[in-house]
Design a binder for this molecule. Structure first.
Ligand SMILES: NC(=O)c1ccc[n+]([C@@H]2O[C@H](COP(=O)([O-])OP(=O)(O)OC[C@H]3O[C@@H](n4cnc5c(N)ncnc54)[C@H](OP(=O)(O)O)[C@@H]3O)[C@@H](O)[C@H]2O)c1
Length: 244
């Protein structure tokens, strides 16, 4: 039985995690931490902490996990470069699964996107389109960022220099090396992410649509069971699913 604490427990993802966690016979929820609650008071009771809160809170949560040698699952997105650096440093001390998307379908999308980019080669223009609910605070989505990283990696291009966030005005012809990134917001969309490979005479579109947050929750809960007993280090959902 894996004992877990959920941080951000009152949020949209947190409520889904609590509901799915209670249905999972291999897990026990020993803490539900909201804003203002003290994680330090309960952390000793758990094997792993699952964080789906807000980017500014995660470094302190990770530091507490490192102090108490507890495994950590990071689902929160929207980190600054400085926060990412601090979190990566902490992964040398404890095992951490850090994933921008915990759904099995999206992790299949990551794998297929890499394959498609390798097969199609440099002649296809790359565009990413994501849509999320109106209350989402960060953009682009962490999943869209992960897709862009995969594409830049296969093409051997610098990610930051290649990204083109939307287009407006006389922007000139599209360059072969750019990766278009488009964030749509509205309604209650749980999470849509798509990659478009546009070539001469054909277009390949790979798309994933999440219709329930439970898909992310069940992935994160699976990661929490997988991580206990692993060596300190940075893991992702591809590790958990055995896709590497
Ligand atoms: N990796 C994935 O698969 C995945 C999937 C979906 C979402 N996400 C990410 O998960 C995060 C949460 O998403 P959401 O839609 O659940 O957002 P949300 O509804 O705003 O929930 C976040 C919760 O965290 C709370 N919080 C803020 N600071 C905290 C702190 N210091 N300690 C504990 N709780 C704190 C917030 O409280 P207040 O409202 O009072 O500030 C809120 O209840 C976002 O970064 C989102 O992008 C990741």
């Amino acid at each position: 039985m894996t004992k877990i604490i959920i941080v951000g427990a009152k949020g949209r993802m947190g409520q889904s995690l609590v509901r799915c966690g209670k249905q999972n016979k291999n897990l026990e929820i020993v803490g539900e931490i909201g804003k203002g609650d003290d994680l330090a008071k309960v952390i000793e009771k758990c094997d792993a902490v699952i964080d789906f809160s807000v980017h500014a809170a995660t470094v302190a949560i990770a530091q507490l996990c490192a102090k108490h040698k507890k495994a950590l699952i990071i689902g929160t997105t929207g980190f600054t470069e400085a926060e990412k650096k601090e979190l990566k440093e902490i992964t040398t001390q404890i095992p951490v699964v850090w994933a921008t998307n915990f759904s099995t379908g999206v992790n299949a999308l990551f794998w297929i996107t890499r394959k498609a980019a390798e097969i199609l080669g440099p002649d296809y223009d790359l565009e990413i389109v994501e849509m999320h609910h109106r209350l989402k605070k960060d953009a682009p989505s962490g999943t869209a960022e992960s897709l862009a990283k995969i594409l830049a990696d296969v093409r051997k291009i610098q990610l930051e220099e290649s990204l083109r966030f939307g287009r407006k005005g006389i922007v000139g012809e599209r360059t072969a090396t750019e990766i278009g990134m488009h964030s749509l917001r509205g309604g209650d969309v749980v999470g849509d992410n798509a990659v478009i490979f546009a070539g001469n005479g054909e277009r390949l579109e790979l798309a994933h649509k999440a219709s329930s947050r439970d898909t992310f929750s069940n992935g994160a809960l699976r990661a929490a069971q997988w991580i206990v007993g692993k060596k300190p280090g940075l893991y992702d959902m591809q590790d958990v699913l055995g896709l590497k």
